[in-house]
Write a protein that binds this ligand. Sequence first.
Ligand SMILES: N[C@@H](CCC(=O)N[C@@H](CS)C(=O)NCC(=O)O)C(=O)O
Length: 214
Amino acid sequence: MSAQVQILGPAFSTFVRSVMLCCEEKGISYETKFEINGEPLTLNSEARQHYHPFGKIPALLHNDRTVFETASICRYIDATFDGPALQPEDSYGRAQVDQWSRAISQYVDQAIVRRYLLEFAFPKGPDGQVRLEKVAEAEPEVMSILRLLEKLIGDHAFICGDQYSYADAILTPMLDYLSGTPNAATLLPAGSPLNRYIQRMQARPSGQKVLNKQ
Ligand SMILES: N[C@@H](CCC(=O)N[C@@H](CS)C(=O)NCC(=O)O)C(=O)O
């Protein structure tokens, strides 16, 4: 039987993983694809542009519908399928999840994924070495974002309070990769609230399926 939804993009992408986490939390079947009708969804390819007007990944295919932008995809999955709610009922609670999902997809992604993690994932130094000067340059901003997130979590179990939301699904793949970098002990010290948070997220059934994989 074919999967209920298809996620366009590679399963190592943080944003693709966010969508996978939402599917796992809702209990719906999914598959990730990086080609359509034999055409790879490479950068600037027509196929990719067809499903995402700005040529990014992921995009979601559900029957004859397409949705792009990770936060919008997660919200669509939550609204369309049965299963545990991935956001609160009340409008203010929803706005909190929405605002943090957007902020994480934009500002946190730029600082942690684009300017920091990608230096490790795709090293651009001589002989394929990690450019340590770029890592050092990016680290202060990563630290300040982590402090901000730590303050936000406070004593709560999740990023937006006491309920798992799609904001957690958007954040955790980024922190999960961060916890595997050589500087993890400094960035996410053992016993710190964010370290405990990412461990809890990795231990959830959804986290065990999707996170902590290369
Ligand atoms: N705002 C978009 C950002 C998506 C994004 O930046 N995706 C990255 C990969 S994780 C991408 O497509 N980069 C270009 C590429 O990989 O070819 C979202 O939230 O979905």
